[in-house]
Design a protein. Structure first.
Length: 342
């Protein structure tokens, strides 16, 4: 049988070399943003595609934890669950089965209708969806698509299987490297907060330094230290580190203890986590302000010292589902260090 590999051996050799270079480049990335850009750039060297959709799954909950979508060279914001139901898509099927799913012509595909309509908006006609694995562990799913039908023959699917295998190894290596760095950064944050507490910093400078350190190490978009006023009716924002603020949340503002999320955390003495804005569950004023600032995930942790409730450490991110139990546990440690200085 005559194959592309036998007809164009040099081309195939170049593809394999490009794949090895891509895997190595991705594995040595130091953060998700860099890894995303590197993944797209390097994969274009390995194979042609008009659409790339990568979904990483949380190993504990087995739910999508992170996504990347590029169509025709442009990064696309991931749609809401209402517009893109992954549970009825080849993404979910491949993740569960560990087997690739090839769709040669979405106009003729009767399965995964909602996902097909989603692809049709971008003109994607054929896709090859592959599992990203590391040994027995299923890390996620990589889907590549093209604007024309019948784009993936048996030989191309076989090669893309190798691509997915190498990308899975690279992503796992990058995650391990990132986690190792993250652990070191978090340990350093605790030490830095301790040093700030025992230093001679003026009180407000201490709080500003603490909020800035927390935001940077936790890779949040905003961090604030709020302390209760003498009357016990409000929390005052004594320090706010929010470089890309749109001016809605401001340092010095008062947050009512009654009827607010930080207030609920303060009164209960327990962390409050919101991973998705829901107007039915969020106080109207906070929902309005959070939406205006573009923030979607919040974690409020009480500041407690010697059994006294002092205030709240609040952090926020623009992405949804940003705070898991492990991060909340670490933020409790951070809040305890900040409380010592208060």
């Amino acid at each position: 049988m005559v194959t592309a590999a036998s007809m164009f051996p040099r081309v195939e050799e170049d593809r394999y070399l490009a794949l090895l270079h891509a895997a190595n480049a991705i594995a040595t990335c130091s953060d998700c943003s860099t890894a995303s850009a590197m993944l797209i750039k390097q994969l274009h060297e390995v194979t042609s595609f008009d659409c790339l959709h990568l979904v990483a799954f949380d190993k504990e909950t087995n739910t999508p934890a992170w996504s990347l979508l590029e169509v025709n060279g442009e990064r696309i914001d991931i749609p809401s669950a209402d517009d893109l139901a992954l549970e009825d898509s080849p993404i979910q099927r491949v993740h569960e089965s560990g087997q690739p799913v090839v769709t040669l012509d979405w106009s003729r595909e009767t399965r995964f209708q909602k996902y097909g309509l989603f692809l049709a908006k971008f003109g994607i006609v054929s896709t090859c969806t592959l599992p990203l694995t590391r040994g027995p562990r299923r890390l996620g799913v990589l889907s590549l698509g093209r604007f024309y039908p019948n784009a993936y023959d048996e030989e191309e699917v076989s090669f893309l299987g190798l691509v997915a295998g190498q990308i899975g190894l690279a992503i796992d290596a990058a995650v391990n490297f990132y986690v190792s760095q993250e652990v070191q950064e978090r340990l350093k944050l605790i030490l830095d907060l301790t040093n700030q507490v025992v230093s001679n910093l003026e009180f407000h400078d201490l709080l500003r330094a603490a909020s800035a350190s927390v935001r940077q190490v936790m890779r949040c978009d905003a961090a604030a230290v709020m302390l209760a006023d003498a009357a016990g009716a409000y929390l005052r924002v004594h320090a706010l580190d929010f470089p890309e603020s749109r001016g809605i949340f401001t340092e010095g503002s008062l947050v009512p203890i009654e009827g607010s999320l930080p207030g609920d955390s303060f009164k209960s003495g327990k962390p409050i986590v919101v991973n998705r804005l829901d107007p039915a569950e969020i106080p109207p004023e906070m929902f309005s302000k959070a939406t205006a600032e573009g923030l979607n995930s919040f974690c409020d942790v009480p500041l407690i010292s010697k059994n006294r409730l002092l205030g709240v450490l609040a952090v926020a991110r623009r992405v949804e589902n940003a705070f898991d139990n492990e991060e909340v546990g670490f933020l409790i440690q951070v809040a305890n260090q900040v409380a010592i200085g208060v």
